[in-house]
Design a protein around this ligand. Structure first.
Ligand code: SD4
Length: 336
């Protein structure tokens, strides 16, 4: 029995790892092997559950941890965690209160991915606050992985979501100020809170992830970023780990960033090393104008080790593990 099945079986029986070990022992050598696997399994599960998220979102990670501590699974945890920020009108890059495109429309992108590799996404979704939950519905209730625009909105409404105006007074005012000059220039670290990407490992050791955003402020009408694109904004492989991105989505899409981070972990890199390599792919392109934009990654592997890295300073990761919910400043590339 491999370690994964062992962990799963031990947690499914609900009778504890030591008992699980006794049940699966056949002869002495099997028994020794199983004890070793047992110890490894216990070590693996020690730092769990855990949740990490992009930027400073302690309320969101606290919500996710509440779900995990109540024996909830990692999929519920990331959905519930992301919903906190989607509902927070003060966050101007996610859900309600998100900054609009240049025509004044708030359009949301989100996706979610579970331990089986199932995923769902919505792009250019309007008038529905909880884009991450619509993405989950796409995953669970449709034969598709992605719905866009009006189709996504109609699906959400038919699934029971209430349409509402997502443009708050504060975001409308910011847009009106922007219109005076109407210059489109992505701002590095527009605020200390941005697109939320969240990754969680539950008590069974299973990984899920989600990502939700209103995208870049004052983008062209119809623009979709990396955040709802599986492999770019988010990728989960329950055998290996998971990664999620924030920043200038175009650059993340061009390097299929989150998939790259997970594949690098598969090849043996730590989450930190993998995030650094994914950033180096962007900044080391010939003629890269990386000085003008930000990209940040966070990642977690199956052992619960985490990493984060960005192009510029002031990207951060919020991490909730072993009872500590903390904001961790990310290391970064551009130290010049
Ligand atoms: C996008 N990656 O739409 C998102 C925006 C973002 O920090 O993450 N901003 O390109």
């Amino acid at each position: 029995m491999n370690r994964r099945k062992f962990i799963k079986n031990a947690s499914l029986t609900g009778v504890g790892l030591a008992v699980g070990n006794a049940i699966i022992s056949c002869d002495e050598s099997d028994s020794k092997k199983n004890i070793q696997e047992n110890n490894e399994a216990i070590a693996d599960l020690q730092g769990l559950p855990l949740v990490i998220a992009t930027w400073h979102v302690k309320e969101a990670t606290a919500k996710a941890m509440e779900v995990l501590q109540a024996d909830g699974n990692s999929l519920d945890a990331v959905e519930q965690g992301c919903r906190v920020e989607e509902a927070n009108e003060k966050g101007q890059s996610v859900g309600k209160g998100g900054l609009p495109d240049r025509d004044g429309n708030v359009t949301l992108d989100a996706c979610i991915m579970d331990k089986h590799g199932n995923c769902g996404a919505v792009v250019y979704l309007q008038n529905i606050t909880h884009a991450v939950s619509v993405a989950r519905k796409v995953m669970e209730d449709t034969p598709h992985v992605m719905l866009a625009g009006e189709g996504a909105k109609q699906f959400a409404i038919s699934s029971g979501f209430k349409p509402e105006d997502l443009l708050t007074d504060a975001s409308k005012e910011a847009w009106e100020k922007w219109k005076v000059e109407a210059k489109y220039k992505p701002i590095i670290n527009i605020e200390n809170h941005d697109t939320i990407g969240m990754l969680a490992i539950d008590k069974n050791g299973d990984i899920s992830g989600a990502c939700t955003t209103s995208g870049l402020a004052y983008k062209m009408g119809g623009r979709v970023g990396d955040s709802p694109i599986i492999g770019s904004g988010l990728f989960v492989d329950n055998e290996i780990g998971a990664a999620v991105a924030t920043g200038l989505g175009e650059e993340v899409v061009k390097t299929v960033g989150s998939f790259l981070v997970v594949e690098l972990m598969r090849q043996g890199k730590s989450p930190q090393e993998a995030c650094e390599e994914a950033i180096s792919r962007i900044v080391n392109k010939p003629n890269s104008n990386y000085k003008d934009f930000q990209v940040g990654y966070i990642a977690v592997n199956k052992k619960g080790e985490t990493g984060s890295y960005s192009i510029h300073q002031w990207f951060s990761m919020t991490k909730f593990q072993n009872g500590v919910n903390e904001q961790i400043q990310s290391d970064f590339f551009n130290k010049a």
